[in-house]
Design a protein around this ligand. Sequence first.
Ligand code: F6R
Length: 615
Amino acid sequence: MCGIVGYVGGRSALDIVIAGLKRLEYRGYDSAGVAVLSDGGLASAKKAGKLANLEKALADRPLPSGGTGIGHTRWATHGAPNDANAHPHLDNSGRVSVVHNGIIENFAELRAELTARGHRLSSETDTEVAAHLLAEEFSSCGDLAEAMRNVCRLLEGAFTLVAVHADEPDVVVGARRNSPLVVGVGNDEAFLASDVAAFIEHTREAIELGQDQVVEVRRGAVTVTDFDGRPAEVREYHVDWDASAAEKAGYDYFMLKEIAEQPKAVADTLLGRIDASGALLLDEVRIPAGVLREVEKVVIVACGTAFHAGMIAKYAIEHWTRVPCETELASEFRYRDPILDTRTLVVAISQSGETMDTLMALRHAREQGAKVLAICNTNGSTIPRESDAVLYTHAGPEIAVASTKAFLTQLVACYLVALYLGQVRGTKWGDEIRSVVRELSEIGTQVEQVLGTMEPVRELARGLADKRTVLFLGRHVGYPVALEGALKLKELAYMHAEGFAAGELKHGPIALIEEDLPVVVVVPSPRGRSVLHDKIVSNIQEIRARGARTIVVAEEGDESVVPYADHLIRVPATPTLLQPLVASVPLQVFACELATARGNEVDQPRNLAKSVTVE
Ligand code: F6R
């Protein structure tokens, strides 16, 4: 949700900022803009649409070169995605330039005050007020970092602001409240960005900024304070992936690359968490075993795909630990006054670690005394920072907007948490845990097998490109898989897609079935819970009798579904609870191929952004 880059150093700020914006475009692609300090002045350019439009404008009218600059790629909140509303925003003198991610909630009031004081604002954005306020503050204190602190104390809402001033040509200043900003520390140069991906090709040394902090970066100096100017403790860290992880590596889309990376992502997420005897080693879960033994309820909060991972986790947690578990959309959670106390364990799942709804849910939970465990893919992001403990998924950077490898690794992490709870509470014997862990360790290879058999799925998807609707059915853990399959298709192919619990069909949705309507059915293993399997086979027959074209995802060797499947997608046999790890993969491939066949932009679907930092 808006990508921000800032640079100060000895190289061309414009080149570095544009390269950084390319890596952040997944965060928003409604417009892009840059500002560079040069020869005592400030030059800027901005353009609606993707970054390529800005690059074209810059090729036609180049900016002067300079070593200090900022840039922005936008996901619009206030004001249409046009040139005027694109960032950076300047003050009336044209000497201050600001980029922003988030929402300044009191902007209307501030705007009215600025207008009354004679400022002329030319966009519909909330951001522009920050540029004018900074100019005012700078004119009285003559220091950009001080001016930023003064402005931040006036603002309400969520914001990352990054600014430059022509009177301080070797300085970039940033501020953050409830929205991400990291510092990259290079050799005689420094970077500010929404995500380390923006500067990973230049440095892997980063500094996490805390809540309500202002940072001033110069060549070779980084100063962090709180909004009142008190020095803040800085936490430096080394980024454990490199620039190649953020490249397409020969794939047409990041999504294809990320789907292909899933076996490794799953293996990496298990790495170091199981000892030689097969017992779980989750030292990073800093919540004492005694506290976990006292937990009376688990509540999982998450959004979108991460919510689907949480739905699956509920089945595993309740089955393996016998602790009641609820999974709730983070955006709904705090508004219904949930019942939480010190015996509630809240698990917040988030790839980005910045999703505002999830962040607000976990803050609410902590205020009520609950312990919060984050499952997150982004080191140093806000959600793990504000949680009591974190279990990182090691999926590596996920750049395609639609989540794939992060989802699979979230599932692995959820299974680990469920087993760990079983281990500390003694509801699972050591040999039972070892047996599930062994099965989990085989999943990477099984996902690899699935990926090796996807050509018929792609062909099927291409054949359905002109359909208007696809339905998805599942039971038990197959139900969230169905929801996830439908979500992927909606967001990528822009088709009507819905997932249903197969048992609910007869309570209404079966009326949707008509001749040749594609219905994907996720069939549980016939081993283990055979009653589940038999019920869903009946559901397949019911929809087929009404004309549906059945696309059946079933495990190898399950012959009972063959007579009722118009298309059969085989997945390796796994224990019932682990099946989502293999059954989700064909649905990702299906959605990706269907979107491609419809000519859609797979990595950057319309209206979306990767990291949703507003509520
Ligand atoms: C869908 C998708 C989104 C995210 C959701 C939560 O493919 O990626 O639904 O899962 O926005 O994002 P995180 O996990 O970053 O909190």
